[in-house]
Design a protein around this ligand. Sequence first.
Ligand SMILES: *[C@@H]1O[C@H](CO)[C@@H](O)[C@H](O)[C@H]1NC(C)=O
Length: 141
Amino acid sequence: MAMAMRRPHLRLLLPLVLLAACLALASGTPWTRLKNRFRKHHVDFPQSPADFPDNYCEMMMLKRGIYGTFINTFIHAPMRSIQRVCSVGGIHISTGLRKSIFHFTVTTCRYDLQIDSYVEENYSRHIVIGCWNRLPVLYVE
Ligand SMILES: *[C@@H]1O[C@H](CO)[C@@H](O)[C@H](O)[C@H]1NC(C)=O
């Protein structure tokens, strides 16, 4: 009787556990997914050469599938350097947000409605990013 009562729980639980494991394997943990999204949106290292002069932003925003985003920044540094901002390479500025100790080379792409395309600006600057589980998950423009 005791067995009969325990079994339904197991039958319910096992598929759920398997489903959770499959989902985790297929798409990773939420912070891994966000890290991959961060990489897609914000990391370009080494910097891709523009296909035409001054066409870097147009090219990249299309290539990364984020054309239409009003403002977006690409960081020209390896992911591991950016990731360090989440630990020893950055200082805490508010909940989850950290500012890099060192400067990073970045290109900011801003959509200009007047000319109906992106304009680019190069900077060497501190970056502010959001970290989760010591991974970069958000870029503060
Ligand atoms: C930004 O830097 C890239 C690569 O060094 C260069 O090709 C581009 O002309 C620069 N853009 C501006 C607006 O200075």
